[in-house]
Ligand binder design. Structure first.
Ligand SMILES: Cc1cc2nc3c(=O)[nH]c(=O)nc-3n(C[C@H](O)[C@H](O)[C@H](O)COP(=O)(O)OP(=O)(O)OC[C@H]3O[C@@H](n4cnc5c(N)ncnc54)[C@H](O)[C@@H]3O)c2cc1C
Length: 402
């Protein structure tokens, strides 16, 4: 693999950097620097700014409005986005459901849904997990019973990220009971404004509102909102999960966190010497930096394979586990480096207005968010399939062990 960038690639990176410095909404970057949460309107403006440049859907084929970038260009774009401190693209629409739609959806569904996702007119939520079905997802109970041209949906989805922002939710629902529980599951898109849909917040340990419980009581959904065949939803769901698990790496963001951590550790004293000169701290910093480099190469290998061979395979489980471990290790280093100001900030963040944020009143912006990030990053080894489940996939399907 030749990792030297060509002149054209460097020019592309400059163009993207220039866009984030001069054309992208700077108030959104300021909010992020201060550790404040973004509103739906902020996220919409962010995504529209990318969409205006034709840069929102790097993973889509060009015929549907994708960028047509090669692996390196995608990588450089992510690097510049994360270097600028812009929010990552909200994945549920652009990264999760869109590939299912352009791969398995009808022409009518593609025409109806893809342009709105591409213009950030609609935000989506993912309705897979239920109170009794997480790792054992195929045990789901949310029912869709046919009624004329519609289904009537009843049941509960939980841990639903961003459902309070969502206009639509894609759900796995049970349409029949078969011998194997993976059979009889259907992939259904539901308008969140339909009567009978209820969203209730779940506040997480970082003090933020990311998650919700979504319940459906006699919700009428046109059968034309079903993707693909009735009862075949499990295979579409698995296809989506491989895309989802590949999307967690965020290498550029991690490199940026490490760069800022170095900057912070150089400027922070611990017992009369700079934290950066503390041998024990540096040993752990360097160990994480090595892990991050190996993750970067594994990610590049996977992206290169995807570029030539379509959907990522079960190897995406390896990426999910490794990127989670590295993400958690970085947040641990950050908490250690930021110490008391960080802890105090998270206390004040949850007591006061966690949507407003602390405005950097207690410490420089990065350590202010360190503790909240630390807590929320614990969840990464749970969502998208727990690390234990990924290890089962690796053992059975990647290594062929039963
Ligand atoms: C921040 C966050 C965001 C989320 N967002 C969404 C979302 O938008 N949409 C959505 O549908 N879901 C979402 N989830 C739900 C997530 O996918 C589930 O929490 C996850 O699949 C685990 O399911 P569970 O919580 O029911 O835990 P359980 O399945 O009950 O697992 C409990 C523990 O048992 C272990 N375990 C279970 N089975 C096995 C096994 N066979 N072998 C070894 N160990 C096992 C697990 O690893 C875990 O440690 C989110 C979760 C979090 C925390």
């Amino acid at each position: 693999m030749d990792l030297r960038y060509s002149d054209a690639e460097r020019a592309f990176a400059d163009e993207v950097r220039n866009f984030f410095q001069n054309e992208y909404p700077q108030d959104i970057l300021d909010k992020r620097r201060r550790g404040q949460s973004l509103s739906k309107e902020d996220l919409q403006r962010s995504e529209r700014a990318l969409s205006d440049r034709g840069w929102l859907a790097a993973n889509w084929p060009p015929e549907y409005g994708g960028t047509g970038w090669n692996v390196t260009e995608k990588y450089l774009f992510d690097e510049e986005l994360e270097r600028a401190g812009a929010p990552p693209i909200v994945p549920m629409g652009v990264i999760y459901v869109a590939p299912v739609l352009y791969t398995f959806g009808s022409e009518e569904q593609k025409r109806r849904f893809l342009p709105d996702i591409l213009r950030a007119n609609t935000f989506w939520a993912q309705g897979y997990s239920e109170p009794g079905a997480g790792s054992d997802l195929a045990g789901l109970e949310c029912r869709a019973d046919p009624d004329g041209d519609d289904y009537i949906v009843n049941g509960t989805k939980t841990w639903t990220s961003q459902a309070h922002f969502a206009d639509w939710i894609f759900c796995l629902v049970r349409t029949s009971r078969e011998e194997r529980k993976q059979q009889g599951i259907t992939f259904l898109m539901i308008d969140m404004n339909t009567p009978g849909v209820r969203v209730e917040p779940i506040i997480t340990v970082d003090g933020g509102h990311h998650l919700n419980t979504v319940s459906f009581t006699d919700v009428r959904v046109p059968q034309s909102n079903r993707v693909g065949e009735e009862g075949k939803g499990w295979s579409y769901a698995k296809y989506l999960l491989t895309h989802e698990r590949t999307s967690y790496a965020h290498i550029a963001g991690k490199k940026e966190q490490m760069r800022k951590l170095e900057e912070f550790a150089r400027a922070t004293e611990s017992g009369g010497t700079a934290l950066w000169d503390d041998v024990e701290f540096r040993r752990r910093y360097d160990a994480v930096a090595v892990e991050l480099t190996t993750l970067e190469f594994t990610t590049l290998r996977t992206l290169a394979a995807v570029a030539t061979g379509g959907a990522p395979g079960n190897e995406s489980s390896i990426l999910k586990v490794r990127s989670t471990e590295v993400a958690q290790a970085i947040t641990e280093l950050w908490v250690e480096a930021s110490g008391y100001p960080g802890l105090r900030a998270v206390r004040d963040r949850s007591q006061a207005d966690w949507n407003g944020g602390p405005e950097g009143a207690f410490a420089p912006a990065w350590p202010v968010t360190a503790v909240a990030d630390y807590f929320f990053t614990r969840a990464q080894s749970i969502y998208g399939g727990t690390n234990e489940i990924q290890k089962n996939v690796i053992a059975k399907q990647v290594l062929g062990l039963e």
